[in-house]
Design a protein around this ligand. Structure first.
Ligand code: DLL
Length: 432
């Protein structure tokens, strides 16, 4: 089901004309209103009017996550604050977050793009949509909520947590579409199985999942247990939130909303474009964002452009499901976590003396983190209650600062293996 057929099925030539017009207008705006971009363009000696074709885009510099953070909070806004009607931010400590603004038009565009992915995943105005994303600074809850309302579906802003209650709501309110992270859908599926709730007691038909990596195996398990058709959708706060790309019911790659985003895939080492079909890092330029335009943003997400056209008739090129990242950022239950950040927090807690190891594992497609901490200096050794207290205090501090709970285990003094007397701070089993 199309939401905006004239745009989703736009002839390629017309689309490229629209893209270049929108690109030129975006570049002119950022050059005039965002000193950060003006400096960068001046540095390479390229003016907005020098960009005459889509291939000229490669003459402009990339924008990185660190640069966005370095402009905290409003340095990259292209409109005055009085034109901004919404502010979101990425997870993590507030000072290191990317703060993103939306004008009224941006919200309208966002709602339409979220509606596109929901409609492509089967949602119509006859559906009852349960949104199990947090309604807060992160973009998932509000973005998808507005999209579902735009379609005219009956939307339940269920938010996250209390799975038993969520399942009761699902059953009693006759939810037909579940919108969540894939890991939350797995939890719902496991709970339903454990509690012996028959799928026939539910009215679910569709699941629309995103915000973190998942696998075909997870899709199979979720679809089989919940009796639904599950689609993948992708987005990131720095360029919009959910609504950058999404699968149709063919479930063979995510259609990029190319009338709003220019997508490049580059080799993360050479920074040169790679041909369609080859994996690389996704780089996005926004074409319609007013408050927060983004030029050649390095997403750090690994994907490839799928060369074949899709039987659904949409002309927007598809990207493969995100296969990983080119930095060490972990996506845990939708929250962004850098091992270095955990390390810094542990140093804070222990006043520099805690011996710890961050162990990263992968269960299916999901990242999992266990923090091992040595009980130090006799104070905790052998005293189980105190050890449990320490683990709890660390868990709480990390949850508070990272916005997600990670597993914490207190181990005996010198239990962590040492190389030349030193404990390796991060052990990443995913890369071994
Ligand atoms: O996760 C926006 C979103 C919300 C998308 C709800 C879909 C559904 P951020 O919190 O800024 O925004 O996180 C963006 O999450 O760079 C990817 O690494 C990862 N990510 C998002 N969607 C997917 C997906 C939202 N479908 C970061 N598959 C991105 C794999 C995903 N990774």
């Amino acid at each position: 089901m199309y939401w905006e057929p004239d745009k989703e099925c736009l002839d390629r030539e017309e689309l490229e004309q629209l893209q270049i017009e929108r690109l030129q207008s975006t570049l002119t705006r950022v050059y005039a209103h965002v000193p950060f971009y003006r400096k960068k363009f001046d540095f390479v000696g390229v003016l907005p009017e020098d960009i005459e074709s889509l291939s000229d885009l490669a003459r402009l510099p990339f924008t990185t996550k660190d640069e966005v953070r370095g402009n905290y909070p409003y340095g990259m806004f292209a409109v005055p604050l009085r034109e901004v009607v919404r502010i979101h931010a990425t997870s993590g400590t507030v000072e290191t977050a990317a703060v993103v603004g939306y004008t009224r038009n941006d919200i309208k565009t966002w709602s339409n793009l979220a509606a596109r992915l929901l409609a492509a995943g089967g949602v119509t105005k006859d559906d009852v949509v349960q949104i199990c994303f947090a309604y807060g600074l992160s973009t998932g809850g509000f973005g998808l909520h507005y999209g579902a309302e735009r379609i005219g579906a009956s939307v339940i802003p269920a938010s996250i947590g209390n799975t038993a209650r969520q399942i009761k709501i699902m059953k009693d309110f006759k939810t037909t579409a579940l919108v969540s992270t894939p890991s939350y859908a797995m939890l719902v599926a496991d709970t339903i199985r454990e509690k012996g709730v028959p799928v026939s007691a539910l009215s679910l038909k569709y699941g629309l999942f995103g915000a973190e990596p998942w696998s075909e195996e997870m899709r199979r398990q979720i679809q089989d247990t919940l009796g639904i058709v599950a689609t993948d959708n992708y987005g990131l706060s720095e360029v919009l939130g959910p609504g950058v790309s999404g699968e149709c019911l063919e479930r063979k790659g995510l259609h990029i909303n190319e009338d709003h985003f220019l997508a490049e895939v580059i080799d993360p080492e050479t920074l040169r474009p790679v041909p369609a079909g080859q994996m690389g890092e996704l780089v996005i330029t926004t074409l319609t964002r007013e408050a927060f335009p983004m030029i050649r943003f390095r997403t750090r997400d690994l994907t490839c452009i799928l060369p074949e056209s899709c039987p659904c008739g949409r002309t927007g090129r598809r990207m493969s499901r995100v296969a990983g990242r080119t930095d060490d950022m972990l996506v845990i239950k939708g929250a962004h976590v850098f091992p270095s950040h955990i390390g810094a927090l542990l140093q804070e807690i222990g006043g520099g003396e805690l011996c710890y190891q961050i162990v990263i594992d992968r269960r299916g497609a999901m990242d999992e983190v266990t923090v091992l901490v040595e009980a130090d200096g006799g104070a905790f050794t052998g005293q189980e209650r105190r050890q449990a207290g320490l683990a709890d205090a660390i868990r709480k501090k990390l949850a508070h600062e990272l916005g997600v709970t990670v597993d914490v285990k207190v181990v005996e003094k010198e239990a962590l293996s040492r190389v030349e007397g030193k404990v390796k701070p991060v052990v990443d089993h995913r890369k071994l």
